[in-house]
Design a protein around this ligand. Structure first.
Ligand code: SF4
Length: 253
């Protein structure tokens, strides 16, 4: 999974840009998910769902078109990202997190220095004069600029697991993230998940984040350890051949 953070101060065009990028990536056939940070509580309108939420703090509201889940606890991005099961994650807000690249949305020149953390791919603004003055790289509402921004996001998006294990040679995921943004390293340098389990489909490695790694581990242990004729699964290579024609709900992916 790839990711891009869209950060900035209030009214800096973050949501406008996030929506445009989400639309453009969806048009390129990515499964896109958005995670938005807010300092404010979720508005409560006292619908039936909200009444249940106030009572127990965990509610799922399911209709034929959509599913809404409300939890009275904060999940980390890795947990949520796995639940959303997307190819591309757009993260709006979360300025302080440092394991994915970012777009800095600006209202003026001084905000650039305040946002700078070595993870910025480029700057953008809803005010076209900032681009004319050379303060922002792109104007958010110019179609040509949007095409260029999306191409950069597509090429350079990444998401590290924020485990800070130092296996990549950097003390923290932030160190590797900065090096990736500078084009000195690639996200494949993060071997944390692959150290424990790796998955290939038709020979092509599949990136697993921390949550998915743990999920696969539990599934494999649960399925294989009860089998009597297996000594050890440590270091094992397990082959699974899939014939979707035999499944009741045929899918291509
Ligand atoms: S190997 Fe991955 S999880 Fe470990 S510090 Fe490097 S980037 Fe972070």
């Amino acid at each position: 999974m790839k990711a891009i953070g869209i950060v900035g101060f209030k009214k800096s065009g973050k949501t406008t840009l996030a929506l445009k990028v989400a639309r453009a990536l969806t048009a390129k056939n990515y499964r896109v998910a958005v995670i938005k940070h807010s300092g404010k509580p979720v508005p409560q309108k006292l619908s039936d769902t909200d009444k249940f939420f106030r009572e127990v703090g965990k509610v799922a509201f399911i209709t034929p078109e959509s599913t809404k889940i409300m939890l009275s606890e904060q999940w980390d991005l890795n947990q949520i990202a796995s639940l959303l099961s997307a190819d591309f994650l757009i993260i709006e807000g979360f300025k302080s997190l440092k394991y994915f690249p970012k777009v800095y949305c600006l209202k003026d020149e001084k905000e650039k220095a305040l946002l700078e953390d070595g993870l910025g791919l480029f700057t953008a603004s809803t005010d076209p004069s900032l681009k004319e003055k050379g303060i922002a790289d792109y104007a958010i509402n110019e179609e040509k600029d949007l095409v260029e921004m999306v191409a950069q996001i597509e090429e350079k998006g990444f998401f590290l697991p924020e485990v800070n294990c130092a296996k990549c040679g950097y003390e923290s995921c932030y160190g590797l993230a900065q090096a990736i943004v500078k084009d000195e390293e690639s996200a494949q340098k993060c071997t944390y998940a692959q150290k424990y389990i790796s998955v290939k489909i038709n020979g092509k490695a599949v990136y697993l984040n921390l949550f998915m790694t743990k999920l696969y581990q539990s599934l494999i242990l649960g399925m294989l350890t009860p089998l009597k004729n297996i000594d050890s699964i440590d270091g094992a290579v397990i082959e699974i051949k899939v014939d979707m024609a035999g499944f009741p709900n045929k899918q291509n992916s």
